[in-house]
Write a protein that binds this ligand. Structure first.
Ligand code: R5P
Length: 282
């Protein structure tokens, strides 16, 4: 077995190879002047079993993943496990309005034709993997890695910013050994949300908010402001997938006492590696 990395999540791919004690091969990738992608694996041949690590976000990485699958097959890989650390389009898991595409299904139905096994991490709704039917697929949880990172940060309470994030908060809290709860979130627009208090009080507590995705940062900023209003001593925030659009990191650093993400997407705050979580499954 060997680990093959595309141009996204390189640090995670390298870390994974290191944890597993496997050879790491970095694919060469570039863009032609017209914007089309190009990949090359500079080897005579690959091992029969290959672990390919590549995101499907943004769209250019999805194309790169398809090209890498073909390049790996061309060099003799006959069992390819794909690790897609951040699976783009997962949030469009139903037709919210008539006439919309069922994006998550479209992506999974196309990808299942090319892969022998799929591993994802903290999908927005893991049930979407039912659309990946031709090969084994599993969604892994980053909670042990996030909990491990915060184990010695004096956390009193872990909160999910909405009901859907309650289970994740509970899993992280279990690793840390503290209580958990969730806030109530009402989305007002793409960038604005209203957050209501949790049942468990926050006064004088060091609180960790855990979400699957941070995009604009609107959810975490609103949650942090509410928790500070309720008297929280410190508010830390962590997510699995840090998309951090439109200056979100700066905004969050100006609001929370700490902001970190896992390395499914690389950024200046992607300090938690999920390599051990993936390695354990492999
Ligand atoms: C939505 O349900 C997700 O779990 C996240 O809470 C959401 O994507 C965060 O978005 P933003 O950072 O833009 O508030």
């Amino acid at each position: 077995m060997m680990v093959l990395g595309g141009s996204s999540s390189r640090l995670l791919a390298q870390d994974l190879a290191h944890v597993l004690g496997l050879e790491y091969v970095q694919a060469q990738t570039k863009r032609f002047p017209d914007g089309e992608g190009y990949v090359r694996i500079d080897r005579e041949a690959l091992e029969k079993e290959v672990v390919l690590v590549q995101n499907t976000y943004p769209d250019s990485n999805l194309v790169e993943l398809l090209l890498l699958l073909d390049a790996a097959r061309g060099l003799g890989a006959d069992k390819i496990t794909c690790v897609i650390p951040y699976f783009g389009y997962a949030r469009q898991d139903r037709r919210f309005n008539p006439g919309e595409a069922l994006s998550a299904k479209v992506m999974l139905r196309h990808l299942e034709m090319e892969m022998d096994r799929l591993l994802t991490i903290d999908l927005h709704k893991p049930d979407v993997l039912e659309w990946f039917a031709r090969a084994p697929a599993k969604d892994l949880k980053a909670a042990p890695a996030i909990g491990g990172y915060f184990a010695r940060h004096g956390i009193d309470l872990v909160l999910g910013p909405d009901k859907g994030a309650a289970q994740r908060a509970e899993e992280v809290a279990k690793v840390i050994g503290c209580e958990s709860d969730h806030l109530e979130k009402t989305r007002l627009s793409g960038t604005e949300v209203k957050i209501s208090p949790s049942h468990v009080g926050a006064r004088d507590k060091t609180v960790l908010i855990v979400d699957d995705i941070i995009s604009t940062g609107g959810t975490i900023v609103a949650a942090t402001n509410e928790l500070k209003r309720l008297g929280a001593r410190k508010v830390y925030a962590a997510c699995t997938h840090g998309l951090f659009t439109g200056g979100a990191v700066e905004r969050l650093q100006g609001t929370c006492d700490m902001i970190v993400s896992t390395n499914t997407l690389e950024s200046e705050v992607s300090k938690i590696s999920v390599a051990k979580v993936v390695a354990a499954e492999l």
